[in-house]
Design a protein around this ligand. Structure first.
Ligand code: GRF
Length: 203
């Protein structure tokens, strides 16, 4: 399974995927890492790891379309099976999504459809939910809305702040992203409406 990773920052989900591959927990190859931000720690790490790493800085382009065209070009050259958004802080255009139907994944730090958008952990605290978590889902043309592949629940503690909750959710994100990729690569699956259906694993 060939993976393209798109990120904008810290890159801990990217590193978790990389570690799972290195530890033979995931049979995959990271064929390119693309960051839209020069300062992204994830971009630096990808370079240290000797991966095919690209900085495609959106601020260097006059339009969203022009930036996306270069991102799409880099992805096409890498020829991935799946594109993993891992803290990629850019909305993808409908044309981008349509170019890779059911092949773009995202991770979001809440149990969608609760708390889409930014600061999901702070939204969960502000709402007073007792359980939050993370979601790995396919990307469609709407924000944080495509069919759900994996979710992991995380209890919200009385003394949680957005930061303490985010840290515990992040641990589960790393498990969930690898779990989702492993399931997509090793099992037969289909999408029926909003449902991602995995056939029972054969014994
Ligand atoms: C994660 O919380 C992820 O759910 C959200 O952005 C954050 C990225 O973290 N989409 P990292 O860059 O993978 O460490």
């Amino acid at each position: 399974m060939r993976l393209a990773i798109l990120l904008s920052g810290r890159g801990s989900n990217f590193e978790a995927i990389h570690a799972a591959i290195a530890g033979a927990k995931l049979d995959a190859e990271i064929v390119c890492v693309i960051s839209n931000r020069p300062s992204a720690a994830g971009l630096r790490r990808a370079r240290e790891l000797g991966l095919d790493a690209h900085l495609i800085d959106h601020r260097s382009y006059p339009t969203r379309e022009a930036h996306e065209a270069d991102v799409l070009r880099a992805i096409a050259e890498a020829n991935p099976d799946f594109i993993c958004l891992a803290g990629y802080m850019r909305l993808l255009s409908a044309a981008f999504v349509a170019a890779y139907p059911r092949r773009i994944l995202n991770i979001h730090p809440s149990l969608l459809p609760a708390f889409p958008g930014v600061n999901a952990q702070a939204q969960a605290i502000a709402h007073g939910v007792r359980i939050s978590g993370c979601t790995v889902h396919f990307v469609d043309e709407n924000l944080d809305a495509g069919p759900i592949i994996v979710q992991r629940a995380v209890p919200v503690l009385d003394d949680d702040t957005a930061d303490t909750l985010a840290a515990r959710i992040l641990e589960q994100e790393h498990v969930a992203y690898v779990e989702a990729l492993a399931a997509l690569s090793t099992r037969t699956w289909r999408i029926d409406g909003r449902l991602v259906i995995f056939e029972p694993a054969s014994s």
